[in-house]
Design a protein around this ligand. Sequence first.
Ligand code: TXA
Ligand code: MG
Length: 342
Amino acid sequence: MMARIYQPTTTTIRRLATVLKRGGLVAVPSETVYGLAAHALDAAACQKIFEVKGRPPTDPLIVHVHSLAAAAVVAELTPAARALGRAFWPGPLTLVLKKKPVVPEVVTSGLDSVAVRIPQHRVFRDLLRTSGLPLAAPSANPFGYVSPTTAGHVQDSLGERIEHILDGGACAVGVESTIVDLRNPAKPTVLRPGKITAEEIAAVLGVPVTVRRARAHPGKVGAKKGRTAAQRAPGMMERHYSPNTRLRWVKSIAGDEVLSSGRRVAFLFLARPADPRLAALGGRVQWLSAAGDPEEAARSLFSRLRALDQGGYREIRVQRLPDDPAFAVVADRLNRAAARGR
Ligand code: TXA
Ligand code: MG
């Protein structure tokens, strides 16, 4: 049986809140990507998330809450956490904090920290308020695959394994939240880049922020060094967000290269290629944003990767991105999508 997609109304939100209270799973929209939610204080419900996603138990979940008061139930809110919360919540920021004992071990993979976020999407907020629950939710994709940014994406890859998908439209940000580890107040660290930048975080905290930054254009993807770092930090696996089709960075894509390539090679440009012959090739030539805008590129990235992955191509060649911090998040996700091995 395929999952049912619900349009958000007072009635469907009430109904899905009941599903969650009873230990069921609901795929939910957020401003970043769709999440697969369960009652965060119900260990058995959260265990199901890992089973449905095929996610290793060593990769902890983010707990979503409606308010700072609700955040304080699951985590120790330090002054730095409150300051960042006031500045960026509700929004695409996740804080790693010391966990409170009520949070089951399955959620945090046995760590003494918990990742917490107050999301901004109106539909997600309605569900959090109506249920009155903290909701553990990873991105609603099979482990390691491209994150979903529409209800249809969730249906495509998890529709046979879950029953309920709440439709909140296409995600406005399109890439996952920025994750900041705040456990050491003297040394806040960005674990995963997102829309909210290290500079913005540092400006609020008044201390320098360390970033574990993926290089925009690694000479070799899949280098050993990344994998070792990945093993030290939960969830920082080098390969992630990956289509099944092989992705390869190329410095520049010449029109002639595209025209002479076989039909089983696809191309992903940042902007719409100027050469009209390329745009006319249809599905195997795609771009992230007609005008090359970084926010629009982030918003469309996962949709484009999914579309290309369904085309049956042998390889997707990705155009190198400009060396500009505005593209750091898109470059991070593409680097991981292109990394080989798990
Ligand atoms: O935007 C988002 O953050 C989306 C939406 C649904 O909120 N969620 C999301 O969840 O991206 P997920 O599970 O795909 O990624 C969560 C990341 C994982 O890399 C996980 O390892 C890390 O957060 N994480 C969770 N708890 C952690 C902790 N206590 N310490 C360090 N990293 C943690
Ligand atoms: Mg994910």
